[in-house]
Design a protein around this ligand. Sequence first.
Ligand SMILES: O=C(O)[C@H]1NCC[C@@H]1O
Length: 349
Amino acid sequence: MSSSEMELQLPPHEGVELSVVDMHTGGEPLRIIVAGYPEVRGDSVLSKRRYAREHLDHLRKVLMFEPRGHYDMYGALIVDSEMPEADLGVLFMHNEGYSTMCGHAVIALGRFAVDYKLVKEPQSPETQVNIHCPCGLVKAFVEYSAGKTGAVRFLSVPAFAFATDATVTVEGFGEVTVDISYGGAFYAFVDAQRFGLDVKQSRTRDLVDAAMALTRAIKSQVKLHHPVSDDLAFLYGTILTDGRDQFSPEPTANICVFAEAQVDRSPTGSGVTARVALQYHKGLIQLNQTRTFQSGATGSQFTGKAVEEIRCGDFRAVVVEVAGRAFYTGVSRFVQEPQDELTHGFLLK
Ligand SMILES: O=C(O)[C@H]1NCC[C@@H]1O
């Protein structure tokens, strides 16, 4: 028998099995867990996120960490939603825990939900998929024609500038002026030039070190607040930019360092949402002016625009639309053999 004829079956084994569909959006991986997880308890998606963190974290490590994943792996677990209008609920996971929003994942999940029939009756030219993320309901619109799915755009939860020109003291860099904005998760924004860096040219390690120093400083010096829930009020990451915030048809580049020094390969959907809200707040863009955002890491692109002004508690907020493309990379059935000394996973720092 030649190797091309071998059946892809695991030999007899013991232990937990987990099945996933792998995709990427602009280079950023998304491992969608489709089987093997126990029930995630909780009466809301936000409380399920808490439950997964407290009771099921060993499984996040199995799927995100080596040898099945890697330092920068990203995952999505589909859960039931308490919202009648939602087609699916989702929990996001990464190298440190569980995020509240993930735009690159929503783009991939939109395609996935149509292809794997999580929505009834797909429509052409676009099928709407309502995805209940921990931050709230996100509406994705998936191109659909002749049975095939394509590009995805989504309308995110209310996004708002939380603080502009805030000053923090950053170890090794002194006083740094930053903006903080929310796009389903909170991000700090600063021009990479402030650290003598360039988001497209500098070494990733240097960008990560600067971004993490800033994240640490903000976490210890700025108290965040979200009108809907305290579970949303934490800094998810720092986005270093090329400083080109004034509207232009040219792309603007950024790099997002989130969770525990994890680097987004995509332009960061929730980051684009937060950055558009910030640009709108500063009067640098108008409603329905589309900007192109480029990942400093891979050059991949998303577009983003503010489409409506609304309120979120006391904040003047906007609904932001982000668009991009996701692709399948494979399917896997992972096993966790009990005899394996490294069965729980590990990370190299
Ligand atoms: O696209 C996004 O929003 C995400 N990508 C990884 C970090 C963020 O959650």
